[in-house]
Design a protein around this ligand. Structure first.
Ligand code: AMP
Length: 248
């Protein structure tokens, strides 16, 4: 197929199989925003471990109660609990053509589990395609502004009081619902989340960089530019022969 035709989102909608895609990066780089856009373009689910954990908290499950304090402080939830939660989600039928993981893996233990699980084929998730990893980069000061300015609508629409404010303060433009702030979007929790990122998640990014099928994207550009760069990266990485990129 002609490269431009296949790279066009309409062509993608008509049967392009993206397989497993990892979106990696520090808190606030835009993983969630981009994952939601790509989910609609590819027709594959976004799996955000942060969202799954917040849902557990809301439902007061055992995992939710355990995760609550850790999340509030900006610390990571134990690997075995997160891996089990991801395994359950990946076993769903909708993950077969592919999925976008947002905020996972965040430690080398999680990355190792993910690599082995996909290689074993036991979940049949993501078809049989190897995963591609995209790392999004944004500088620390911009991240702080994004995180502390972030406000979220009841349906998950994301605003920023500094850079993308709603028309009426505190109210969603579309459905009028009240905007809320995540309890870990404070400066103190952000700094702890950044410490966790540098101590544990930076090594995960190095792991996938070394393995190939990896691309780094400048996340400080506009949302549309970042989406275009990620799409281009996925398309290009998918063309690489498995042997070149290291095998799963
Ligand atoms: P996020 O919504 O991705 O920013 O995640 C919010 C919080 O959920 C993190 O600060 C962690 O406490 C927890 N969390 C999310 N994903 C993971 C993960 N893969 N491993 C451990 N903890 C996680």
């Amino acid at each position: 197929m002609d490269q431009h035709a296949q790279n066009d989102s309409t062509a993608w909608a008509e049967g392009y199989l993206p397989g497993p895609v990892l979106l990696l990066g520090a808190p606030g780089v835009g993983k969630g925003t981009q994952a939601k856009i790509l989910m609609q373009q590819f027709h594959i689910p976004q799996i955000s471990t942060g969202d799954l954990l917040r849902d557990h908290r809301k439902r007061h499950t055992e995992l939710g109660l355990l995760a609550d304090e850790l999340m509030q402080r900006g610390e990571l939830v134990p690997d075995d609990l997160v891996n089990r939660m991801v395994a359950e989600r990946l076993a769903s039928f909708d993950c077969q053509p592919g999925f976008i993981l947002d905020g996972y893996p965040r430690t080398l233990v999680q990355a190792d589990w993910m690599d082995k699980t996909l290689a074993s084929g036991e979940l049949n998730a993501g078809g049989k395609l190897p995963l591609v990893a995209i790392s999004i980069l944004v500088n620390h000061d911009a991240l702080l502004k994004r995180i502390t300015g972030r406000r979220i609508s009841a349906t998950g629409r994301i605003y920023n009081i500094y850079t993308n404010p709603p028309r009426v303060a505190g109210v969603d433009d579309i459905d009028g619902s009240a905007l809320t702030q995540r309890s870990d979007d404070t400066e103190t929790a952000f700094e702890q989340r950044m410490r966790e990122f540098h101590a544990k998640t930076a090594a995960v990014i190095d792991h996938y960089r070394a393995r190939g099928r990896f691309f780094e994207v400048d996340g400080s550009a506009s949302v549309e530019h970042v989406t275009a760069a990620i799409r281009e990266a996925i398309f290009t990485l998918r063309q690489q022969p498995v042997a070149l990129a290291g095998s799963l």
